[in-house]
Design a protein around this ligand. Structure first.
Ligand SMILES: [Fe+2]
Length: 301
């Protein structure tokens, strides 16, 4: 364990650092989704003010919502990739479901990899609380998640968003002993993904919360699913996992809920999120949300 981890406010033993960080975090914390919105005039050439606003919101609340005018909503070049390129963020997760540009078209039938079309992001069903890419190796996690709506569904498709640092605060203040348990590298296992009888992605075991060894920021792996996940099952793990799961059963004032309409997008440090089920009345006018995921993080504000 290096000094960056040991000197992070998220490290279990650092109570003074944690209390100071928490006080700053909770001061002027955004009250609703409206506080997170940044109006962007030209996504291909961000103004200094727009750039600072996005980075400040992501530093404060780990997320920002942006809106671009109709005249800028082109498919190629893509406004989402253009915005992120201006932040110097580069390590795009070019997963199998994404197109050659690394963008995933989250739309029924939108996966570039046929077996993924059965997966929930490419279906119309609701998705419970999770962070993205919890099945990736511990040292190669999705640190930045972005969405951009080209066309909303006719009905439904709202997202709830919750800053994972706020979830961390709730747990640590409930019982500080939960934190080392949830940081233990054996706490959460995602079984292997099989395709045609072969292991397409091996089983992954790792922590819920981790501190990045290079910059000391907090990362969270989580899914509220009860299938395709195994929690460590012993007297220490059980109460911590129960407390974690219970967090999601009661609403928090910081659960921000809304629907991305055409030209709206989300830039976040892979915060906890959900998606409501949705419905399109026409087969030809389907909901299309583009998703870009990165292994690197936005620069600090
Ligand atoms: Fe997701």
């Amino acid at each position: 364990m290096n000094d960056t981890i040991k000197n992070s406010p998220f490290f279990p033993g650092n109570n003074d650092l944690y209390q100071a960080w928490k006080e700053k975090k909770l001061t002027n914390y955004p009250k609703d989704l409206g506080d997170l919105v940044v109006e962007i005039s030209n996504p291909f050439s961000l103004s200094k003010g727009e750039r600072v606003q996005i980075l400040s919101l992501c530093a404060k609340a780990n997320m920002a919502i942006f809106h671009i005018p109709a005249s800028q909503r082109t498919d190629d070049p893509h406004p989402l990739l253009a915005i992120m390129a201006q932040f110097g963020i580069q390590e795009l997760d070019k997963n199998l479901g994404a197109g050659s540009d690394g963008l995933s078209a989250l739309s029924p039938g939108g996966s570039a990899h046929a077996p993924f079309s059965e997966y929930i992001p490419y279906r119309k069903a609701a998705i419970g609380w999770h962070t993205d890419g919890y099945y990736h190796p511990a040292d190669h996690q999705i640190r930045t998640l972005c969405l951009y709506c080209k066309r909303p569904s006719d009905i439904g498709g709202e997202n709830s968003l919750w800053d994972h640092e706020m979830a961390y605060i709730r747990l640590r203040d409930d019982n500080p002993d939960f934190i080392p348990t949830l940081m233990d590298t054996t706490i959460m296992t995602i079984p292997a993904r099989m395709e045609n009888g072969q292991v397409a992605r091996p089983e992954r075991t790792g922590p819920v919360f981790s501190i990045h060894p290079r910059d000391g920021h907090l990362h969270m792996r989580y899914t509220h699913r009860t299938i395709s996940i195994r929690w460590r099952d012993d007297d220490i793990a059980r109460p911590a996992v129960k407390a974690l799961r219970t967090l999601f059963e009661s609403p928090s004032p910081q659960h921000f809920r809304g629907r991305l309409e055409a030209g709206w997008g989300l830039i976040c440090h892979n915060v906890l999120h959900t998606r409501e089920a949705f419905h399109d009345t026409s087969e030809h006018e389907k909901r299309i949300l583009f998703r870009a995921r990165y292994f690197d993080r936005l620069p600090d504000a």
